[in-house]
Design a protein around this ligand. Structure first.
Ligand code: SF4
Ligand code: SF4
Ligand code: SF4
Length: 597
């Protein structure tokens, strides 16, 4: 045994990896083993955390769902013989594991080092050719760097999909015209429920983000950079702050970078966690200490952004791609993905996209896939399909303002344009899978309620539109829906799309419009028949026990309000006057004996 690594990003720590590290440290000390114990970030298999990788002469062995007991066993086994414990393995190049397909269709560019290097150690990043692209760039002209990024056709990973090279070029032109130095900002204000792409990149490989920013700064001739990060990400904040200090010490950041005469400083600005501050003008208002409210974009940020200066704003994932584009070349990057982008970046989607894959899916985690992959490949080949052999119902892409796409669109390719055409959007990379037990009206209600709380309230269509949609969806799920509610919501949504001031309000109707478009029958069942087909909306369902009941008594023991009665090995009954419709009996019954109607 040569080395052991333990995944200590937020997902690993939440699963107990901190304790596993203590156990491993103690075992190694007690056994007097000469082994390096390394920390690393998240390799993406969040469903298998805590993850421990053992490096031996015969190979690298990644173990998942490690407990205190299995950790001790792993150390004991590998210290005595150089062979793995096959049944606990989740990844190795040597033999097949049950989780191999999780990685097969992935292509890691932005997240290439995540779960591999120690993100708190700059030397680990350097050993993986880190900061080589910066060195290369400093020998190029800024114009050539912008040209390389333009030819890669990379489009912003924050959601808008604007071509990055064109954005940089526009900022340079505006700066020359105004005789001002442009400002560079990294948007790390990730606020989508269930999304953690940026958090993972910041925690697991902060130097790649810094290197991308420094390259960008050189290209646009900026000396002033900022990272806008929400304070709910304490570990990400800690790791990027450490990375900045390390990069400065090594001469990659600060004054006279690598003796090139180029100066660039990065400061961190902590946001308070408002979803709307992901919007560029709101973010910049927040950075100046004002309320994070969007403003009309009569003038683009590249002309007048932060402090009124030409400003380039790209998100974490976009910056993380830049060093690899420089290292491997624009042609290499542009060939990955969908569409022919050789003439025009708007003609396709080059490169890869990082998604957080969550919801009713066997393998939840962080994935990076080439643009152009299908939703089916993501759900079944990478995600492993739906748990409990339930049927797939929908997938929501694009965060709370994204749309819900049905089973008939599983073969849709994942890229900026296909998703938008289908009524959803790429967004920053949230991807939520829903199964047959998901009520689509309830899903629309959840997202509209979230957006209502996050709308800044500045403009009437968004503020009042979301309040009205929330009220209508609430009454539909309670059985009080009116016959013309669907049409009423469509009208409100159309107005919001046209008249809202910023993208939050313009895209907020997506969850409603997409669920009406693809799941209209569910709305009609709620409104006309006062039924929730998925058995979710409490006011519209009743629980009862059917003849499949074996009298095992488990449901009666688990019911929190003692609504279930019956003798052992005899059919049980639910008292509808006591039942609070919590659904626990449905979840625990192994005999399919609970009916939800
Ligand atoms: S659309 Fe919504 S979030 Fe945007 S400015 Fe108007 S009220 Fe605020
Ligand atoms: S858990 Fe199922 S089988 Fe057991 S008593 Fe309840 S309904 Fe009957
Ligand atoms: S739904 Fe909940 S409250 Fe009702 S009978 Fe089942 S376990 Fe009890």
């Amino acid at each position: 045994m040569k080395k052991i690594t333990i995944g200590l990003a937020s997902c690993g720590l939440a699963a107990g990896a901190g304790r596993i590290k203590e156990v491993i440290n103690k075992e190694v000390q007690d056994k007097k083993l000469q082994i390096n114990i390394h920390e690393t970030g998240c390799i993406g298999m969040c469903y298998n955390e805590p993850l421990v990788e053992v490096f031996t002469d015969s190979g690298n062995w990644l173990y998942g769902n490690v407990t205190e007991e299995t950790a001790k066993e792993i150390i004991k086994h590998h210290s005595e013989e150089d062979s793995p414990i096959k049944e606990w393995l989740v990844k190795t190049e040597k033999i097949k594991t049950k989780d191999d397909t999780f990685f097969i269709k992935q292509l890691k560019i932005a997240s290439r080092n995540c779960g591999i290097i120690d993100s708190t150690n700059i030397d680990d990043y350097i050993a993986k050719d880190g900061y080589k692209s910066l060195d290369k760039v400093l020998k190029m002209t800024p114009e050539d760097v912008i040209d390389e990024v333009k030819r890669s056709a990379i489009r912003g990973r924050g959601g808008g999909g604007f071509p990055t090279g064109i954005k940089w070029e526009s900022a340079v032109k505006a700066a020359v015209k105004k005789n001002e130095n442009p400002i560079l900002v990294c948007n790390a204000d990730e606020g989508d429920p269930g999304a953690f792409m940026d958090r993972n990149l910041l925690e697991s490989d902060p130097h790649t983000i810094l290197e991308g920013m420094i390259i960008g700064a050189y290209a646009i001739n900026s000396s002033e950079g900022y990272i806008y990060i929400r304070k709910e990400y304490p570990l990400a904040l800690e790791r990027i702050s450490t990375a900045i200090q390390q990069a400065k010490k090594k001469g990659f950041l600060g004054i006279n970078i690598l003796n090139s005469g180029f100066d660039f400083e990065i400061k961190i600005h902590r946001g308070a966690g408002a979803f709307v501050c992901g919007e560029s003008t709101a973010l910049m208002a927040s950075m100046t200490g004002k309320v994070g409210e969007p403003k009309a974009k009569y003038i683009h940020n590249v002309e007048s952004g932060f402090k009124g200066k030409p400003t380039v704003l790209n998100n974490v994932e976009t910056w993380a791609n830049i060093p690899v584009i420089i290292e491997k070349g624009a042609d290499w990057f542009a060939k990955i993905g969908s569409g022919d982008v050789s003439e025009n970046p708007w003609n396709g989607s080059s490169g890869t996209k990082v998604f957080s894959l969550v919801g009713k899916i066997k393998r939840t985690g962080l994935i990076e896939v080439p643009m152009g992959i299908t939703l089916r490949e993501i759900v079944y080949d990478i995600g492993g399909g739906i748990p409990k052999d339930r049927k797939f119902k929908a997938i929501q892409t694009g965060g709370p303002s994204g749309g819900c796409l049905p089973e008939s669109l599983l073969d849709l390719t994942v890229d900026f344009d296909s998703l938008t055409k289908a009524g959803s959007m790429m967004g920053s990379g949230g991807m939520i899978v829903m199964d047959e037990k998901t009520c689509m009206v309830d899903v629309a209600k959840y997202f509209i309620h979230f957006l209502k709380g996050e709308s800044c309230g500045k403009c009437t269509p968004c503020r009042e539109g979301l309040i009205s949609l929330d009220k209508i969806l609430d009454r539909i799920t309670k059985g009080d829906g009116k016959p013309d509610d669907i049409e009423l919501m469509e009208d409100i949504c159309e107005t919001m799309k046209i008249a809202s001031l910023c993208e939050l309000g313009k895209s907020a109707p997506n969850p409603v419009l997409s669920t009406i478009k693809y799941f209209r029958d569910e709305y009609e069942a709620h409104i006309r028949d006062k039924k929730c087909p998925a058995g979710v909306c409490k006011e519209l369902i009743t629980y009862s026990i059917n003849e499949k009941c074996t009298g095992c008594t488990i449901c009666a023991k688990k019911c929190p309000v003692d609504a279930i009665s019956g003798k052992l090995k005899e059919m049980h009954f639910i008292d509808p006057n006591i039942c609070i419709k919590c659904g626990i009996c449905y979840e625990v019954c192994k005999f399919d004996a609970i009916t939800v109607e």
